[in-house]
Ligand binder design. Structure first.
Ligand code: SF4
Length: 349
């Protein structure tokens, strides 16, 4: 489903409209560890991160932001909580976007000053809502619970606080740890506004469950055409977040910039160690930037037919593999050296 979200520019990355969904993450080293944060930022860049966020709670945060701007090529977003002066300083230090809820500032004049500074610098502001940040009056209207409707209303309220000052260069995030609530809240918001959404499941957890929750939450929205940028929040090295984000985009059919490996679950017909082979194939194609699907199947009887959606594949036989393309058998090869054969074929495609 095509996206209906308007475009917003974050440094050199444009999100919304027909632009690719941008992958982002957040640095998690201590603020004082400038070198560690720079190394982490570079590792994220290398892994495919397209926007990186850093918390800016104090002068040390501003210093770190400046250092990141000098060394990273991807846009850097400043995460501000309550202090509007930090937002002003972050803008002056070259932040490419500010993450801030105007409702957390002390006065409308502070909101006006931040909006003015961002307008002058040509940078957007991300506002949002999560289960813990819904204002008391909104909660009261929704039975005291941060329901999906309450979250969407809360996000809209933050938007209106900036629109009052004619500031419309906005991104919105609505997050919850409860996946159905997060998905419904983003859908409610999307029905009312074309502001691009930054989507993600907050506090998703450790890699195993965090990936499942994120894939369901983020994936459901992406398939609805909702979401212009995403973060997979994992309790892990942030590089894992990038890998997970890329996998979700690939699984949703929104990125075809690398090889996808599919493999059969195996059954009693299986003739080979599909798991080991599929993992080796995944490693082998990791850096091949081609929109191809490669199948690793356990038997020739059904493997060729079951793998016919793949561009190329191998199916295990008695002491040999059958190479096939688009469901058509091409040639048998001995087990020894099959990875090299497959790699050469992929590279020639
Ligand atoms: S491809 Fe063969 S081994 Fe794999 S699940 Fe299908 S029938 Fe079983």
């Amino acid at each position: 489903m095509p996206k209906n979200e308007r475009t917003v520019k974050i440094g050199g990355v444009t999100i919304g409209g027909d632009h690719p969904v941008a992958i982002q993450s957040m640095l998690c080293c201590a603020l004082e560890d400038v070198e560690g944060n720079i190394a982490q930022g570079k590792a994220l860049e290398q892994a495919g991160c397209e926007i990186v966020r850093v918390t800016v709670p104090n002068a040390q945060g501003v210093k770190l932001l400046s250092a990141l701007k000098e060394t990273l090529t991807i846009p850097v977003v400043a995460d501000i909580h309550y202090d509007y002066k930090m937002a002003l300083e972050a803008v002056a230090a070259g932040a490419d976007k500010i993450r801030l809820n105007p409702g957390n500032l002390s006065s409308p004049d502070q909101v006006r000053q931040v909006a003015q500074a961002c307008r002058n610098a040509g940078i957007p502001i991300r506002v949002g809502a999560n289960s813990g940040s819904v204002a008391a009056d909104i909660l009261a209207r929704h039975g005291g619970q941060p329901t999906a409707a309450a979250l969407a209303e809360s996000a809209l309220a933050q938007v209106h606080m900036l629109e009052q000052f004619d500031f419309n260069d906005l991104v919105v995030s609505i997050k919850a740890s409860h996946v159905p609530t997060m998905v419904e809240a983003c859908r409610i918001f999307a029905a009312q506004s074309d502001i691009p959404q930054h989507i993600g499941v907050t506090e998703a957890g450790t890699p195993r469950m965090g990936l499942v929750k994120s894939a369901i939450g983020i994936g459901s929205l992406l398939l609805d055409g909702i979401g212009s940028t995403l973060r997979v929040s994992l309790t892990a090295d942030p590089v894992e977040e990038i890998r997970a984000a890329k996998d979700i985009l690939l699984a949703c059919g929104l990125r075809r910039d690398r090889v996808e490996v599919v493999s059969c679950p195996t059954c009693g017909r299986c003739k080979v160690d599909v798991l080991t082979l599929a993992e080796k194939v995944e490693q082998m194609v990791e850096n091949i930037r081609k929109p191809l699907t490669v199948a690793v199947m356990g038997c020739v009887v059904n493997g060729v037919g079951e793998g016919k959606q793949a561009d190329i594949g191998i199916a295990g036989g008695d002491g040999e593999y059958l190479l096939f393309k688009k469901g058509v058998a091409i040639q048998k090869y001995p087990m020894e050296g099959i990875l090299e054969v497959l790699k050469a074929e992929i590279e020639s495609m």
